[in-house]
Design a protein. Structure first.
Length: 322
């Protein structure tokens, strides 16, 4: 039979081990759906909150272009759960988040059932409304707007009116969209389609819709999406970013074939006090990929982990230093 002293020692060691395990375990994460009534209908989102007795910072995530949903998935461009993984990674680091389906997308489709109804101004107003809702919630200590890709522009334009305390531009562009599109399409179209594309872009930049579009260009320039493109083409992302009156972080992956790292450098030139985080090897869907990986290999793999440097960098920016 072990002595009473040995039993007490064993119990104490067990208790200390259990306490250590409790401290090491990630915090519990609470999740539930959220709705927001806006002009035209109701927007649907997901709130993720670390279980804590203290108010937590909250990140409002704004998805990228087209029908990209709150999780970062796009029926035309991949099922990878990039934004859902981002929300989970932030929650594990003590940061809450709300991500939502934009009007006209997924569960929020009824708020704008026809894409002719979409505009940058409507997207910005929606982001402002979500931000004000979160800003008034006593569970949250500060509001951070985070936009991915095209969402970075929406976050930038919404930052001041939403009451945000900070802004994160994730894979955002600095050049006007027309410049970016021309660079992306250069050398990829036969001469006749290239000439037609340039004609259409010039008309859209003048605010005029082009009703006749060749079938091979309709994915990008179909008449129904042109009203939205007109509102987007007139934006000047770098100029808007320079005017944001709050701390900002620019994040860009070095293997993002959709957005060149030069765009991040230009954003920092526009706002020199902004922090810059270049994540080595990260692509547009926030995964670290080999240099020789096929461009879209990770776009349909939701099991791939996010770039750890991205999550750690966001946590350093958002959470106050001890």
């Amino acid at each position: 039979m072990p002595s009473t002293r040995l039993l007490r020692t064993a119990l104490l060691l067990t208790l200390l081990l259990c306490c250590a395990l409790v401290r090491a375990a990630p915090p519990s994460i609470l999740q539930w759906p959220v709705e927001l009534v806006v002009p035209g209908g109701t927007l649907h989102g997901s709130l993720m909150l670390p279980e804590t007795a203290q108010p937590a910072p909250v990140v409002l995530m704004i998805a990228g272009s087209g029908p990209t949903d709150r999780d970062g998935n796009n029926p035309a461009g991949g099922n990878n759960d990039s934004l859902r993984h981002l929300a989970l990674g932030l929650a594990e680091r003590g940061i809450a988040s709300l991500r939502y389906d934009k009007r006209g997308v997924a569960a929020s489709h009824a708020a704008a059932p026809h894409e002719e109804q979409l505009s940058v101004e409507a997207y910005v107003a929606d982001a402002v409304a979500w931000g004000q809702l979160l800003k008034a919630d006593p569970r949250f200590s500060q509001l951070i707007l985070l936009g991915h890709s095209e969402g970075a522009l929406i976050a930038t334009l919404a930052a001041a009116d939403s009451g945000a305390d900070a802004l994160v531009s994730l894979a955002g562009i600095a050049h006007p969209l027309g410049t970016v599109l021309r660079e992306q399409l250069q050398g990829r179209l036969p001469p006749t389609l290239a000439a037609e594309t340039e004609t259409i872009l010039r008309e859209l930049e003048r605010g005029r819709v082009v009703p006749q579009v060749s079938p091979k260009l309709r994915v990008l320039l179909r008449p129904s999406v042109q009203p939205y493109l007109i509102t987007l083409l007139r934006q000047r992302p770098a100029e808007a970013f320079a005017q944001v009156p709050i701390p900002a972080l620019i994040v860009q992956g070095t293997r993002d074939f959709q957005v060149d790292a030069q765009e991040a450098l230009l954003l920092q030139q526009a706002k020199p006090e902004a922090q810059l985080l270049l994540v080595e090897g990260m692509n547009h869907v926030l995964r670290v990929v080999p240099a020789d990986a096929p461009p879209l290999a990770s776009y349909n793999d939701p099991q791939l982990p996010l770039a750890g440097e991205l999550l750690d960098g966001l946590a350093r920016f958002i959470l106050p230093a001890p």
